[in-house]
Design a protein around this ligand. Structure first.
Ligand SMILES: CCCCCCCCCCCCCCCC(=O)SCCNC(=O)CCNC(=O)[C@H](O)C(C)(C)COP(=O)(O)OP(=O)(O)OC[C@H]1O[C@@H](n2cnc3c(N)ncnc32)[C@H](O)[C@@H]1OP(=O)(O)O
Length: 182
């Protein structure tokens, strides 16, 4: 697969967290207002994301007419957003929250409006707080990917990381309180 991203060869091995969601189960929503997977996000992608075997994650996305970029094809930014969200779930298989610090996408083929996009992500390994992830998308034939992505997520303490922005969020007060508890 064409990609210029160099995955370090000295990644540390990873272990699935004992409390991680099991293979085939839906990943818990990290934020119900999330543009990617939040069920209450008014204009979001509403991705349903599932844990796979090992360190994998998967999701499907219908390419709706309002996701158009070039005539008749999916906007690259929407695809990138979907990758960010699906790949962003992979670190949760091994530990607590992590946020994107780097994400790049190789667009291999146009993705027609009306197709069903199958997205998968694999957590490759870690280096200190950095978690390396690869994503692949296809529209029916897994041997013919339409895009490949690579991302680095960095683990964070969610309470501290989001503390000063919680007041701007549309999440419920109950969720805000939960996140702001020490
Ligand atoms: C309400 C919800 C609650 C729960 C929620 C949890 C989320 C659950 C996810 C679910 C799925 C979401 C999917 C969407 C995911 C987003 O969209 S996240 C939003 C976009 N990302 C952000 O806003 C992150 C912005 N960046 C930051 O805040 C800061 O850079 C960070 C991440 C806190 C790191 O800063 P820091 O703690 O000072 O750490 P720092 O030493 O700079 O970096 C740590 C390591 O990363 C490396 N690094 C940093 N930046 C880069 C870079 N750009 N490239 C390469 N390496 C880098 C550093 O070199 C360092 O490496 P080593 O020294 O160990 O080799």
């Amino acid at each position: 697969m064409k990609s210029g991203f160099v995955v370090p060869t000295d990644l540390d091995p990873i272990e699935r967290h004992p409390k991680a969601v099991g293979p085939g189960e839906r990943m818990r929503m990290h934020n119900h207002m999330c543009y990617g997977c939040g069920e209450d996000s008014p204009n979001g992608l509403h991705l349903e994301i599932y844990a796979g075997e090992g360190f994998t994650i998967r999701a499907s996305m219908e390419v709706e007419p309002h996701f158009e970029g070039g005539p008749g094809v999916l906007h690259g930014g929407i695809l990138t957003t979907a990758f960010d969200d699906v790949m962003g779930m992979a670190p949760l298989l091994v530990g607590p929250s992590a946020v994107t610090v780097h994400l790049e996408v190789d667009f291999l083929r146009p993705i027609p409006v009306g197709s069903t996009l199958e997205l998968s992500a694999t957590l490759l390994g870690r280096q200190r707080r950095k978690l390396y992830t690869e994503g692949v998308a296809h529209i029916g034939d897994p041997d013919q990917p339409v895009a490949v992505a690579h991302a680095i997520f960095v683990s964070i303490n969610a309470r501290e990381h989001f503390a000063e922005h919680l007041d701007k969020s549309q999440i419920s007060d109950e969720y805000k309180q939960r996140l702001s508890r020490p």
